[in-house]
Structures are given as structure tokens and as C-alpha cells.
Design a protein around this ligand. Structure first.
Ligand code: NAD
Length: 315
């Protein structure tokens, strides 16, 4: 079966849902990625749409469920556009490969080299990266007066590129990247120096020396997720004066954050980034600025049973 036929069957969007009612504007969006059934994006977007007086429909287009490779994402996206979607979120493993099928990129998505949100503008497809905004906003709220002179980032993968851009755009003086795949850290550091200036980013093979003189450490690796248990570095490298941020948000309190909190470090869980990337994607899809505090509360209520750590909501 061709991707479009599979997609149409999977989506089964009721015609009346996709068609605007006289009094209610409908917004049909979705997420393309692999293994995304546990995503909280549908609930987050649909509940906020309802609160805004919209009829929001957020569909999961799961490559794993469709038994399709990452390369099928482009064709699936075209089908969604033809079916009347307003746009799509894009996640692993398609954030980079989807770029080849887009007409335009926001300056940020172009600089980061990854797209997590595509907005359909008539026949055009415009790629954005709201992960960087999500992390920057989370830092702005949760680490407002923290020193950012020297920051160490563990992990220089797809999301790591957005996090690094967010850190340097938020005033981080010098960023040290450490990745077990050394080539990734070297390549990202070079791109960051080109954009933010010489001396602002470097790659190191060992985190310990850089952490000894750092103000904060960010985990941008998958270590700490249920599938990748543990911490990205030994807790012996931490000290109370460091702030410690994680981008993993399932669970909200990772082993890394727990060890840091016990030592007395200031910590920032990954839930804020997850919510604020959705806040910005919602704005791009609908043209309406959502109520970020309400989306945060909703996110917290969804995960309350799974984890008791609250996402910082302090402005
Ligand atoms: P990725 O696979 O592209 O990159 C991960 C990088 O981490 C790789 O380069 C890998 O070599 C490196 N790495 C692994 N273990 C390491 C270690 N111990 N030390 C140093 N480097 C190490 O993955 P990604 O797409 O960048 O996603 C990373 C994680 O971000 C995901 O697993 C997910 O938990 C999280 N995430 C969070 C949000 C959010 O909104 N908070 C959004 C998307 C993804």
C-alpha cells in the first residue's frame, strides 16, 4: 500500500472534523516520527486549542506503526498537506532529512540544521525549529539569574544542536561540547563558532576538566531515559555550585538530576523545553499565542502520576 493510502487509513480524519464549522475554526496538525505512540503532544495541543475556542485535531503519524522507513516522511508530509493539515511537528529520526522536502527554512532552523515544525503556507512548506526556543525559554524561566559564563553540554546530536544554539543565544559565554562520538562534537563546535564567534564553542573528549571550571552542565544525550538508564557522567564530577539541566523529560527527574539535587545543585528538568517547544509550535500552526502557563499546568497534570517533580513555572 502506498504511504498516502496508509496515511489516509491511519488518520481517518472525520470529514466534519477537518471542515470548519460555522462557529468554530478547526486546526488539523500532527507529528511524524518513529515510535511516538506515548507522545503527549496530541493532548497538549488539543486541550489548548479547545481552551482557545478552536477545534484542534492532532494526529500521530508513526513510521514504526506504518512500517515505513525515515525516508517516507517527505511523502507522508505531502499527503498531510493535501489532506488539509495546517502543519506538522517532526521528530526522530526525520528532523534533518525532512529539510530536503521543504521550500523554505526559518533563519534559526537553517542555522541549527534541523526542523521540528513545518507550517503549510498554501502550497509552500516552511520549516522551523522550536526546540531552541523551548530550551531558551525554559532556561530564562528556570535559571533566570544563573551564571552562564562557562557551560558544558553533553551530547551534540540532533536536539543538542538546538540546545547549543539556545545556550549561546541566551548569553552563554563559552560552551564546551562533549560527545562519545567525538566527530559530532567537533563538527557542531565548528558550526557554532562560525555563527556565534571564535572562542564561543569548543569540543573536548573528556568532560572532567571543563566541568571543574564550569558554571553549569546540560545533559543533551538520551542517557536517563527508561531505555538508556544511568547518568551521562559520574556524579563525582558535580559540585553544589554547578547548575545542572537535563533535556530528557521521561522521567522528569532523571538519575543525573536526582544526584545533582541531592548535592545541592540548582536543577532544570527537561519538561520545560518540551512544553515551550509546543507553545511556539502552537503559535506557528494557529497564529494564536497560547497560554503557556496553562500548557505547563496541563503537562504537569499529565505526568503527575509518573513523576512528582514539577516543571518550573516561575517567570
Ligand atoms: P541523538 O541520538 O541525535 O544525539 C544524542 C547524542 O548523545 C549522540 O551524538 C550520542 O553520541 C551522544 N551521547 C550518548 N551518550 C553519551 C554520553 N554518555 N556522553 C556524551 N555523549 C553521549 O539524539 P537527539 O535527537 O539529540 O535526542 C537526545 C535526547 O533529547 C532524546 O533522547 C530525548 O530524551 C531528548 N529530547 C528532549 C526534548 C525536550 O523537549 N525536552 C525534545 C526532543 C528530545
Amino acid at each position: 500500500m502506498r504511504p498516502q493510502a496508509r496515511l489516509e487509513r491511519m488518520l481517518s480524519v472525520p470529514e466534519e472534523s477537518a471542515r470548519p464549522r460555522a462557529s468554530t475554526r478547526s486546526v488539523l496538525v500532527g507529528l511524524i516520527g518513529s515510535g511516538i505512540q506515548a507522545s503527549r503532544s496530541p493532548a497538549l495541543h488539543e486541550r489548548e486549542a479547545e481552551a482557545q475556542g478552536l477545534r484542534g485535531i492532532y494526529k500521530l503519524i508513526d513510521l514504526a506503526q506504518l512500517d515505513l522507513p525515515a525516508e517516507a516522511a517527505g511523502e507522508l508530509m505531502l499527503s498531510a498537506q493535501q489532506l488539509g493539515f495546517a502543519g506538522l511537528n517532526i521528530t526522530h529520526p526525520c528532523k534533518q532529512s525532512i529539510i530536503a522536502t521543504l521550500d523554505d527554512l526559518s533563519p534559526e532552523a537553517e542555522a541549527i540544521g534541523a526542523v521540528n515544525t513545518v507550517v503549510f503556507e498554501g502550497k509552500r512548506r516552511v520549516g522551523h525549529n522550536t526546540d531552541a526556543y523551548g530550551f531558551a525559554e525554559s532556561v530564562r524561566r528556570g535559571l533566570s539569574d544563573a551564571r552562564l559564563d562557562r557551560v558544558v553540554q553533553l551530547g551534540a546530536g540532533g536536539v543538542g544542536a538546538a540546545v547549543a544554539h539556545a545556550l549561546l543565544s541566551s548569553g552563554a559565554g563559552r560552551l564546551t561540547l562533549v560527545d562519545v562520538d567525538a566527530g559530532r562534537a567537533v563538527a557542531l563546535a565548528a558550526r557554532l563558532r562560525n555563527r556565534f564567534g571564535q572562542g564561543r564553542a569548543r569540543a573536548e573528549s573528556d568532560a572532567s576538566e571543563a566541568i571543574a571550571t564550569a558554571d553549569g552542565v546540560v545533559n543533551a544525550t538520551p542517557i536517563g531515559m527508561a531505555r538508556y538508564p544511568g547518568a551521562p557522567i559520574p556524579s563525582a564530577l558535580l559540585r553544589p555550585a554547578l547548575w545542572v539541566a537535563d533535556i530528557v523529560y521521561t522521567p522528569l527527574e532523571t538519575e543525573f538530576l536526582r544526584a545533582a539535587r541531592r548535592l545541592g545543585c540548582r536543577t532544570l528538568p527537561g519538561g520545560g523545553m518540551a512544553v515551550f517547544q509546543a507553545v511556539e509550535a502552537f503559535r506557528l500552526f494557529t497564529g494564536i499565542a497560547p497560554d503557556a502557563a496553562r500548557m505547563l499546568r496541563h503537562f504537569e497534570s499529565m505526568i503527575a502520576g509518573a513523576d512528582s517533580v514539577a516543571v518550573s513555572t516561575k517567570p
